[in-house]
Each structure stands twice: as C-alpha cells, then as structure tokens.
Design a protein around this ligand. Structure first.
Ligand code: CU
Length: 253
C-alpha cells in the first residue's frame, strides 16, 4: 500500500506546482518580448508562486507594499526596459513558460502613472486605475474551472484606453485563484510592465485605488467563498462587494 500512496501524494504536488504562473512577457504588435524585458522581475526564488493572506510563500501577503509589483521587483526597475505604446493600442501580458491560467477566478489589469515622469524610479505608491476586468463568462460552466473568462488564457490582452494621458506608467496584470478561498487561501498572481504611453489623451479615471489597500481578507470573495458549494449568483454578489466588481475605465471620463 505504501508505495502507491506516496505516488499519489507526489502526483498532487506536481499538479499544483505546474498550475502556477506569473506574467513575464509583454506582447507588442502581436510579438512577445523576452521574459522580464519590460516586466519587472521578482527576486523570489520560485517566481511563479502565489501571494496569499495565510500559508504564505516568502512571507508576502496582499497587505504588503510588494503586493504592487511582486517581491523585490522594484530592485530590478532600473534594468527593466520601458516599452513605447500609443493610447488606444491593444497589447498583452503573457505568462512565463507558455503557461495558461489554470485556476478559477477573476483577472484584471491596472495602470498607475509615474508622478516624476520616470517609471524606472516609481514604486507604485500613487493612484491606480483599472482598465480591464474579466470575471464569470459562463454561468452554466464549472465554477471551479471554465465558468471563469480567464480559464485557459495564455495571456491577458487589453487596450490602453484611447484617452489615457501621455506619460510613463506601470501596468499591473493580476489573476486571482479562488479555489482556496474557503480557507482564506486565495492565490494572487501578478507583475508590472513599464510603458511610455504616447498620444494626446486627456482622460481622468474617476475611480482610483491604492495598492496595497484594495483587497483584504474580510472580503468573502477571498476568504469564505466556496467554489464547490456556492451558486454563481452568490459568487457574483461576492465579486460586486469588492473592487473586482467595479467597472474598468474605458477612457470616457
Ligand atoms: Cu495554486
């Protein structure tokens, strides 16, 4: 009996490790950059491990300052290139090692303008606004899998709103795995690209956020929701009672 039991435990560990991911490539004009060319690399020893409120890796939680762009990544800001994009362009942030999103949960993209004009010196302690949001797409699907829009995606593809003012920005892509939320073990996967937006946009996002500060573990979406038990309607309610339920800015205001 013992060998087969060991085999089963090993198989589970391998499966959960391969399900993890981090955004490492920027896709411009349909072509993926090198890993960490435009995205700040974390200093974590295993870069694709999630950030959690409990049972943490590297003691990192969503209420720490490094929840902005991942652990230690500001130390790599100066050597990370700044990509030039025009307001209105569609670009993407793509996962390391050709991974695909293999956990159930929402995906979102935030931007924050470097106040000094130089994003390589910007820690992300200013205001963030959301430009892309994907939650439940198929309420008849499996809530633990393909009910979520991001399920199976190799990258998040999004438009820089056409009215985004010119300047240098951090762009932060984030996916949240909710499969452990019943035990306060929601998993956050995220990193930040450095871009210079060109154009003559003069929009001003009405809704802004601070990171950290946007999420906490008294939100049922991250702590208390149970994908195997809850209905799609109740999950929608949990989404709406967090900033993940806020509309993304489309540049109109
Ligand atoms: Cu996981």
């Amino acid at each position: 009996m013992k060998p087969s039991r060991f085999f089963a435990i090993g198989a589970v560990l391998v499966q959960s490790a391969s399900a993890h991911y981090i955004f490492s490539k920027l896709v411009l004009n349909g072509e993926a950059s090198s890993d960490w060319q435009y995205i700040r690399q974390t200093t974590r020893s295993v870069n694709y491990m999630p950030t959690k409120f409990t049972s943490t890796f590297d003691n990192l939680t969503p209420i720490d300052n490094d929840f902005r762009c991942n652990l230690g990544s500001f130390s790599n800001a100066a050597k990370t290139e700044v990509a030039e994009v025009a307001a209105g362009d569609t670009i993407a942030m793509k996962l390391f090692y050709d991974a695909t999103i293999a956990h159930p949960g929402p995906g979102q993209v935030f931007m924050s303008k470097a106040p000094s004009g130089n994003v390589q010196e910007y820690e992300g302690d200013g205001e963030w606004f959301k430009i892309w949001e994907k939650t439940l797409c198929n309420e008849n699907g499996d809530l633990t899998k393909d009910a979520w829009c991001t399920w199976g995606m190799p990258q998040f593809e999004f438009q820089i709103p056409g009215n985004t003012p010119a300047g240098e920005y951090l762009i932060r892509a984030e996916h949240v795995g909710l499969h452990g939320a019943q035990a306060n073990e929601a998993e956050f996967f995220y990193s930040c690209a450095q871009v210079k937006v060109t154009g003559s946009g003069n929009g001003s996002p009405s809704l802004t956020y601070k990171i950290p500060g946007t999420y906490n573990d008294s939100m049922k979406l991250f702590n208390g929701l149970n994908l195997w038990v809850d209905s799609a309607d109740s999950i929608e309610e949990d989404i709406l009672s967090t900033p993940i339920g806020d509309d993304a800015w489309n540049g109109s205001k």
